[in-house]
Design a protein around this ligand. Structure first.
Ligand SMILES: Nc1ncnc2c1ncn2[C@@H]1O[C@H](COP(=O)(O)OP(=O)(O)OP(=O)(O)O)[C@@H](O)[C@H]1O
Length: 624
């Protein structure tokens, strides 16, 4: 059992080719980088991660440890394999090194890069997590090409970027699937293993200094696993990358490619050292009982190999090396980022039926429904209330339907958040490109159903009136979309997002001055501020003015006296007529800009505040 770390000095005998049937590679990296000469030396000492727990596994302090006293290092040109049974803490270790632990966790210990403290997010490292986050409508080639254009330096010619992308696709063995779509949402595209290889491709494109891979070979057969790992090893050595990879049950061939092994069990280190000194039977074997794991962990801590690890770490941390800089200075220019992201997003919106096409169909149906319900609305006295309710429906319920695209926004936000964490591009380019790419679709959605409804209802005939009607529809949808993107940034899941978005809009609609007239709105909350911040109010007000101004409702024999539209606006609907409908439209467009800025600020704030929020949540969770 204890043959992992054997003989008295803790190191097993010389590498033994026959025993595991593997080809042993020299543990010495061909890239003999000195610390500080551009490579990344990563060290972690006495790393602990715990979560609050009330069950029987909790310790005296009411916490359950996910990692305990984990120590190790990774050097340029080398691959450290993190291995151990499922649930032993491999992903937790990678998350912890990447600064991406969940907020309910508490981390202790020290993580240094080149002997310095550095928060490893937003482009300081590349991290391929277990979750596949790819744009499912794109082909492999499109995915890698777009990513290459975004990530590779601005001075690199496009042809060279494409060449790099093609080469990486070949290196990952994806040349036969270049034109296959990634797939998802009921559309079968690539297999799980192929998707994994695409994800690796995206992170390898720039040859990052520090690369973390969570299960790069999962879903791959043993020949493909070997091929993929072999390519990663070659690039690691060629570019002096520092690689940590969590790997499940590697074949002997794959095991032989790895330099160092960090073997975990129940969150404890059972072994850290050269792969050739570890017994692969133990590595891939059954999970031993907890007391045996504890004994192995103790035995490792008192072994000489552990002392060696500590002295290696002391040497690495002895002098401070270069800072690992964010990729920002190396990637594409802001204009290129915007144009590439716009093109990619436009293509995704076109191919994803749920994004706009389904909505267009529903809007056409509703346009026809409105058109037939209010057909030939006329100018009889009864048409006044018909106009009011029709306008209410258009300004509120038609706009609120833009929530229908939320699942697709969430998918897009997931890709953005993952690429952003890995530093592929900036927040500004995402916010701008998303607005530009959605504009043509929203224009179509507001024009086609808008025309159908407008013509069938027989509203005011002048082109200016129709243009205004369509523009209000467009701008309301732009606002709802942006509101939903802000929500997608804040709330963690789809259902909560849809509920929050509908709730917020419900409040705005209630305060827009229809269900209670503006003068009758209670001052606290409803009049100030809701009536002024609700965009539905400006849409409602603008559409009322657009339709009622200039209209006359003639007197009928025995009926009410003649009344003109302006009187209805002022006397019945309590609308402020001191400014034109175009001011309402202008305010709505201004709100689009403000909402986009809010989206930018929300993303930025979440990014900067997340660590503090996490620390706060974690400390209050652990206090309770
Ligand atoms: N934020 C968290 N809250 C609660 N439990 C957590 C959290 N993160 C991880 N865990 C638990 O910690 C243990 C280790 O999880 P982790 O994902 O690190 O395992 P792993 O070794 O990567 O497993 P696998 O090989 O199956 O991916 C699991 O039991 C998991 O449920």
């Amino acid at each position: 059992m204890g043959s992992l770390v054997h003989n008295n000095n803790g190191i097993s005998p010389e590498p033994h080719e026959g025993e595991w049937g593997i080809e042993i590679i020299e543990n010495e990296s061909p890239v003999m980088e000195k610390k500080g000469s551009n490579g990344a030396y990563l060290t972690w000492e006495d790393l602990g991660v715990a979560i609050p727990s009330s069950n029987s596994f909790a310790g005296k302090d009411g916490c359950k440890s996910l990692l305990t006293g984990v120590t190790g290092y990774a050097k340029p040109g080398e691959i450290v394999a993190i291995m151990g049974p499922s649930g032993c803490g491999k992903s937790t270790l990678l998350d912890s090194l990447a600064g991406r632990l969940a907020s309910n966790t508490r981390q202790t210990g020290r993580i240094l890069v080149n002997g310095r403290k550095r928060r490893l997010t937003y482009g300081t490292l590349a991290y391929m997590t277990q979750e596949q986050v790819l744009t499912w409508t794109l082909t492999v080639k499109e995915t890698v090409y777009y990513s290459a254009e975004l990530q590779l330096p601005k001075l690199m010619p496009r042809s060279e970027k494409r060449e790099r992308a093609d080469r990486t696709i070949r290196e990952m063995g994806l040349q036969d699937s270049v034109n296959t779509r990634i797939g998802g949402w009921g559309f079968k595209g690539l297999s799980g293993g192929q998707k994994r290889r695409v994800s690796i491709c995206l992170e390898l494109l720039t040859h990052p200094k520090l690369l973390l891979l969570d299960e790069p070979t999962s879903g791959l057969d043993s020949a493909s696993s070997y091929h993929v790992m072999n390519q990663i090893v070659k690039l690691t050595q060629q570019y002096g990358m520092t690689v940590l990879a969590a790997i499940h049950q590697p074949s002997s061939q794959v095991f032989g490619l790895l330099n160092n092994l960090c073997l975990l069990s129940l969150g404890k280190t059972i072994y850290f050292g050269p792969t050739f000194a570890a017994n692969q039977d133990i590595v891939n074997g059954e999970i031993p009982a907890e007391h045996i794991i504890n004994a192995l962990a103790e035995s490792y801590k008192s072994s000489e190999i552990y002392m060696e690890v500590q002295s290696e770490i002391a040497t690495i941390c002895g002098e401070e090396g270069d800072q690992i800089e964010r990729k920002r200075s190396l990637q594409a220019s802001f204009i290129t980022q915007c144009s590439v992201l716009t093109e990619r997003s436009f293509k995704n919106m076109y191919r994803d039926i749920g994004y706009y096409w389904l909505r267009l169909g529903i809007y056409i149906t509703l346009g026809l429904a409105l058109g037939t319900l209010f057909h030939g609305i006329g100018s009889a006295f009864g048409s006044i209330s018909a106009r009011v309710s029709m306008i209410m429906f258009v300004s509120s319920f038609l706009a609120i339907l833009a929530i229908g695209g939320f699942p697709s926004f969430v998918e897009e936000m997931k890709v953005f958040q993952c690429e952003r964490l890995n530093g592929h591009y900036g927040v500004g380019s995402f916010v701008i490109s998303n607005a530009i790419s959605s504009l043509p679709y929203l224009l179509v959605i507001s024009l086609i159903p808008g025309t159908i409804a407008y013509v069938l209802m027989g509203l005011q005939r002048e082109p200016g009136h129709f243009t205004y009607f369509a523009l209000v529809l467009l701008v309301s949808m732009l606002l709802v979309e942006c509101l939903m993107m802000i929500i997608a940034t804040i709330v963690p899941n789809l259902l909560m997002g849809i509920i929050s978005g509908t709730g917020i809009q419900g409040l705005m609609i209630l305060g827009a001055g229809f269900f209670r007239l503006p003068n009758e709105l209670p001052h606290v909350f409803w009049r100030y501020p809701m009536y002024y911040i609700s965009f539905h109010r400006y849409a409602l007000e603008g559409l009322y003015k657009n339709e009622f101004e200039g209209l006359k409702f003639p007197e009928y024999a025995g009926g009410p006296p003649a009344i003109d539209g302006e009187m209805i606006l002022k006397g019945v609907l309590h609308i402020e007529t001191g400014y034109s409908k175009w001011i309402d439209l202008g305010i709505l467009f201004g709100m689009v800009v403000v909402y986009r800025m809010m989206l930018f600020c929300t993303i930025k704030t979440t990014e900067t505040a997340k660590p503090s929020i996490r620390a706060f949540v974690s400390s209050s969770t652990f206090r309770n």
